[in-house]
Design a protein around this ligand. Structure first.
Ligand SMILES: [Zn+2]
Length: 159
C-alpha cells in the first residue's frame, strides 16, 4: 500500500470501530443480543441494529455529534463560526434521522460517549439492557408486574 492508501484504510477502520461503540457491542453480545452493524439502508446508518427488538442504537461521539452541556463537547475557539454551523448541521441531521427511523417503527436509542466513561459505564449498560427488555415485553404485549394491581391478583382465584 502507498502511504496514501494506508492512511485512507486506517481512517476507515477508526471510524467504523471506535472504542465507545465496541464497549456497547461487546456488552450486548455477552448478554446474548445479536445484531447487525452499520446498516446502510437505514437513515443515518445506525451503529447497531437489533431487528428482533425493532431497535437501532447510535453510539455517538460527544464532539462530532455536539452533545449539549457535555464536557467532552467544546466548539473550537478558532474559526468558531464555521464549527458552530457545522455542529448545528450535524445535530439537525441526527434529529432528522431519528425522526424518520421512529416513523418507520424503530425504537431509537442513543448512547453518548461520555456515558461510557469508566465511572458511568456500568449504569449506562445496565440501563440499556433494561430498556431493551422493556421494548421486548411491550412489543409482545406482556403485562409487567407493576401494572397489575391487587384487585386483579385476587381475581385470579375466581372461577
Ligand atoms: Zn457527552
Amino acid at each position: 500500500m502507498t502511504p496514501e492508501q494506508r492512511h485512507r484504510c486506517m481512517s476507515r477502520i477508526r471510524s467504523k470501530n471506535t472504542k465507545p461503540e465496541m464497549i456497547v457491542r461487546r456488552w450486548l453480545w455477552k448478554q446474548g443480543y445479536r445484531y447487525r452493524l452499520n446498516v446502510k439502508q437505514l437513515p443515518g446508518r445506525p451503529d447497531i441494529v437489533l431487528t428482533k427488538y425493532s431497535t437501532v442504537i447510535f453510539v455517538n461521539g460527544c464532539f462530532w455529534h455536539a452533545h449539549e452541556d457535555c464536557d467532552k463537547y467544546r466548539a473550537p475557539l478558532s474559526n468558531s463560526d464555521f464549527w458552530t454551523a457545522k455542529f448545528k448541521r450535524n445535530r439537525e441531521r441526527d434529529e432528522r434521522n431519528y425522526h424518520i427511523l421512529h416513523k418507520m417503527g424503530w425504537h431509537v436509542l442513543v448512547v453518548w460517549e461520555c456515558q461510557l466513561a469508566e465511572k458511568n459505564r456500568r449504569d449506562t449498560l445496565l440501563a440499556l439492557s433494561r430498556r431493551l427488555s422493556e421494548i421486548f415485553l411491550d412489543s409482545h404485549h406482556v403485562k409487567r408486574y407493576s401494572n397489575i394491581d391487587d384487585n386483579e391478583v385476587s381475581m385470579a382465584a375466581e372461577p
